[in-house]
Design a protein around this ligand. Structure first.
Ligand code: CLR
Length: 385
């Protein structure tokens, strides 16, 4: 039976929802879930989690040696995980079902310059609706940093948990003061969504992800309770100089909890990352007003749905959600009739990614290539101010 976290009136529908997950395949996003588990936020806002500690991102550009730069990349990456995977539990009591973005949905944001870290800009576009795919770019031009990536999910169900395989990857480009550039490939962890029967879902990370570039090849292994430290949200990062580029360097191993802190186990000593300091949410540009993005700006598009969810007025939330979905269906139908397709605003799809191929080889990644969404470098005026 469903737990205390489920409102009494929704226990039955929650139980049948969880049971129906077992037969679901591939794409969870379009499943109808009981209202208490709905989040008022669209998945297009999630790429902001990559930069809620803008000073750690900026530090990559300030690092003076390749080893320091690589460790700055690893520290920034590990420090994003708390926001990416535990913040909804903190802000809303449990993991929730985000709004499923419409094709062409947009989210623009910025983190202002502070203490010399430079200004960081975020641009997100929903580049596919079915399956849902979100593309993003985060740039701190003053530090020569640009992160471009895309995200999709493949879900399955196993022993009471939802397993989410993340598809997609990100590439961080670092322009050095010398004029040369370095690239880092980041792949993403697998998720287990647990606590479903109790109605209080939360994420544990499993499997591993890779951080490859700047002469280094690293793998981050994720474990939950009962594995290497017995603690939830544990990880172990094993970082090696790329064969032939090692010189005097040797393997670095770091262990700890990604949602709190970690330390060097070998190849260094003392503390590594620590995410106890406050994070800094992105400043949404035109959020809720559309601004220059017009009706496709995420908070404008979902305004009434989000209001309904926040105010427990689920009739109006679901009416508004149906209205948006019908409008979208109508648009797709008109395109099909005219023989046109929706044109992306900021990205171009490509079947392969040369940087993924090159760096992925060093970590023996499979598949040997992945598709990518190439940012068209068309930052809107609003970012130039
Ligand atoms: C999206 C990309 C971000 C990290 C991230 C965090 C939470 C994930 C989300 C991604 C994808 C969608 C997701 C969500 C948690 C729950 C939700 C898997 C990977 C699914 C679709 C909803 C499950 C419904 C139950 C909570 C009932 O960088």
């Amino acid at each position: 039976t469903a737990g205390e976290a489920v409102p009494a009136a929704q226990r039955g529908s929650w139980t049948s929802f969880v049971k129906s997950l077992a037969s679901m395949s591939g794409d969870l996003s379009s499943m109808t879930a009981p209202s208490f588990i709905l989040s008022p936020t669209s998945l297009t806002e999630f790429p902001a989690y990559w930069c809620e500690r803008p000073e750690l991102f900026a530090a990559i550009g300030d690092a003076q040696t390749p080893e320091k730069r690589y460790l700055a990349v690893v520290e920034w990456f590990i420090s994003t995980l708390k926001g990416q995977y535990t913040s909804r539990n903190e802000s809303m009591g449990s993991e929730k079902k985000p709004l499923n973005p419409a094709l062409g949905e947009l989210f623009y944001g910025t983190w202002p310059d502070k203490n010399g870290r430079g200004k960081t800009n975020l641009l997100v576009e929903q580049v596919s609706h079915h399956p849902p795919i979100t593309a993003y770019v985060i740039e701190n031009a003053s530090k020569g940093l640009k992160l471009v990536g895309h995200n999709a999910q493949k879900t399955s169900f196993s022993t009471g948990s939802i397993i989410v395989k993340q598809l997609g990857h990100a590439v961080l480009t670092v322009k050095l003061p010398s004029g040369s550039t370095e690239e880092y490939l980041l792949t993403l962890p697998r998720l287990r969504i647990e606590g479903l029967w109790y109605g209080s879902p939360y994420i544990e990370l499993t499997d591993h992800s890779n951080i490859v570039g700047g002469g280094w090849v690293g793998s981050v292994e994720y474990k939950g309770k009962g594995y290497f430290s017995g603690k939830a949200h544990s990880f172990k990062a094993t970082l090696n100089p790329q064969p032939g580029m090692g010189g005097a360097h040797k393997e670095i191993v770091i262990e700890g909890q990604w949602n709190t802190d970690s330390h060097f186990v070998s190849g260094g000593s003392g503390p590594f990352h620590n995410v106890s300091t406050p994070k800094e949410e992105v400043h949404a540009i035109g959020g809720g007003t559309g601004g220059e993005m017009g009706p496709m700006e995420t908070r404008e598009l979902w305004k009434l749905v989000a209001k309904g969810i926040r105010e427990n007025d689920f009739d109006s939330a679901s009416r508004e959600k149906s209205r948006i979905e019908n409008e979208q269906r109508q648009l797709r139908k008109e395109e099909a009739d005219k023989g046109t397709t929706w044109e992306l605003k900021h990205f171009k799809h490509s079947e392969s990614d040369p940087i993924y191929e090159h760096l992925g080889k060093l970590a023996k990644l499979t598949p040997p290539t992945e598709d990518m969404y190439v940012f068209q470098e068309n930052w809107p005026e609003t970012f130039k101010a």
